[in-house]
Design a protein around this ligand. Structure first.
Ligand code: DHB
Ligand code: MG
Length: 232
């Protein structure tokens, strides 16, 4: 039985999952120089290594393309890596609005948008996302087709509220980092990020116009996951 146990352990290790993630990323994911540069420039933001993994970005891009989305709203730009994937997904007639708190991250992102040739499809709004999005709501912008919530996790509930104010029927609302190494299952957690995510998940569950699921991810970013919700 020993070899069997050893094999089983191998497939239960994060190293093995990382290896598989790297394998499929290498085989399936096409990053041009601009995307590679954007991903690497994450290290010069205030949150190094927080950008989505390449294969997860490709998944988000597929969701945008499959849903025919033309307008994407993103909470949390950082170096703009996922923003570029979104901007390419919506095509030349599309639009991405991305919200970033830190001016120095926004500077990094802007350079990445220029390099990727997508600057004119993107509106980058610098400042607290809650205030930026409140301005969007009060200025009655055209509804968004996809909202990607990937900013400070304690505010996930208010970002979800804003997403609901800025979308209509058929829109997708996606929340990043909902697993965080399993911390999400702790109902007694006093971590505001866990509380923010659990509250948002509960709001989604109780909302009569949202249907949703969560997908766990393992690999180059460790153990994490996404909630994907669709507005009926
Ligand atoms: C963190 C935030 C993210 O959006 C992410 O993808 C990874 C990490 C963080 O808050 O640490
Ligand atoms: Mg994230």
């Amino acid at each position: 039985m020993e070899p069997h146990v050893a094999v089983e352990n191998r497939y239960q290790s994060l190293d093995a999952w990382h290896e598989v993630d790297s394998y499929f990323t290498e085989v399936l994911i096409d990053e041009d120089e601009a995307l590679v540069a954007a991903r690497l420039s994450g290290s010069s933001t205030t949150m190094p290594n927080a950008e989505v993994a390449a294969n997860q970005a490709a998944f988000l891009q597929l969701l945008v393309k499959m849903s025919g989305a033309k307008r994407v709203l993103e909470f949390g730009t950082l170096a703009g890596y996922s923003t570029i994937w979104f901007a390419r997904a919506v095509g030349s007639g599309g639009f991405v609005c991305t919200l970033e708190l830190e001016p120095e991250n926004a500077d990094v992102a802007r350079r990445n948008f220029v390099r990727a040739g997508v600057l004119e499809r993107i509106e980058l709004i610098v400042g607290p996302a809650a205030a930026s999005v409140a301005d969007l709501v009060s200025s009655k912008v055209e509804p968004f087709d996809v909202v990607f919530i990937d900013a400070d996790k304690p505010r996930n509930p208010s970002y979800l509220e804003a997403a609901l104010a800025l979308t209509g029927s058929g829109a997708l609302i996606i929340l990043d980092n909902v697993v965080r190494n399993g911390a999400v299952v702790d109902a007694d957690s006093d971590d505001p990020r866990v509380i923010g995510t659990r509250t948002a998940a509960q709001m989604i569950a109780e909302h009569p116009e949202l249907e949703a699921t969560a997908l766990q991810t393992v690999g180059v970013k460790g153990w994490d996951g996404l909630i994907v919700a669709r507005r009926i």
